[in-house]
Design a protein around this ligand. Sequence first.
Ligand SMILES: O=P(O)(O)OC[C@H]1O[C@](O)(COP(=O)(O)O)[C@@H](O)[C@@H]1O
Ligand SMILES: [Mg+2]
Ligand SMILES: [Mg+2]
Length: 329
Amino acid sequence: MDRTTLVQFIRRQEKMTPGATGEFTNLMNEVLVAAKIVSLQVNNAGLGEDILGMSGRVNVQGEEVQKLDDYANSIFIKLVGESGNICAITSEENEKPVIIPPDRAGKYIFMVDPLDGSSNIDVNVNIGTIFAVYRKQSPGLEVTDDDLLQPGTQQVAAGYIIYGPSTLFVYTSGNGVHSFTLDPALGEFFLSTQNMKIPRHGSTYSVNEGNSQNWQEPQKNLVHYLKEWDEATERPYKLRYIGSLVADFHRTLLKGGIFMYPGDKKSPQGKLRYAFEAAPLAMIVENAGGKATDGKQRILDIRPTDIHQRVPLYIGSSDDLDRAHTLLG
Ligand SMILES: O=P(O)(O)OC[C@H]1O[C@](O)(COP(=O)(O)O)[C@@H](O)[C@@H]1O
Ligand SMILES: [Mg+2]
Ligand SMILES: [Mg+2]
């Protein structure tokens, strides 16, 4: 393993940006410290402090909040919010944006799904954090919708952390996708893979087939096609579905294939959130040579109208996405 640390790597990349002031590196340093703290808690969940189970709260999404959701949310908001580089934070767990007082604010905006894969917290299956960084767009000190509701193309950086057998930090700032592994003994993330590229096509599809009775016909036809035997077009695909977006996406990034969370008759916009899940992963997959759409349009081109907007998500290998779009019509 390369002994380049995550901060060294980010500082080196930022230095290549004309006029860079080091603020971005400072911000990312707070993100990775928050990730280390959450990783410690996740890896020791069940030991000592009672961090498992429900918090008794229901969030703006109408979902029961687990204690680890709340814990991760508080850690990222506190550390990133106090970095001095942020003017606002939006979180899947907070109905309203957290606005930083102007005397302690900076030029970036941080958007976060602090704990992704909540249904897997108490069964010791991979969970994670997904985040995005934007620049403040509006002039002056006030934070406006122009700052909070930006299309994914405006992301300065995006990344995710996977907490599990090893804690991985995967990240892009538009110059390739790079992964870092946490050395728990040293408490440091070290570079493990530079310039990750997703295979042009894979052999797995990833979707919750339990929802199939609510799918529209084109979605049903697509999954039926993927499951049919046809050696000439390398089918059938194998089904792999963990129920943690970060883990299903990470496998797709490494092995190729397609992950889908479609809209359906009950939830036309699907389940996943644009700002905290779809847009960050879309920036990553495109920087790795893959594609991400809502079944029709490029995810990154969508301008959200609400910070908690949901969007159908099709993401993965370029050939598999092209095949899906042909069948979805
Ligand atoms: O249980 P379902 O409907 O298949 O949904 C699974 C999806 O829900 C999620 O857990 C939603 O994310 P949160 O856990 O952050 O709410 C994704 O990680 C996962 O892909
Ligand atoms: Mg999530
Ligand atoms: Mg979450």
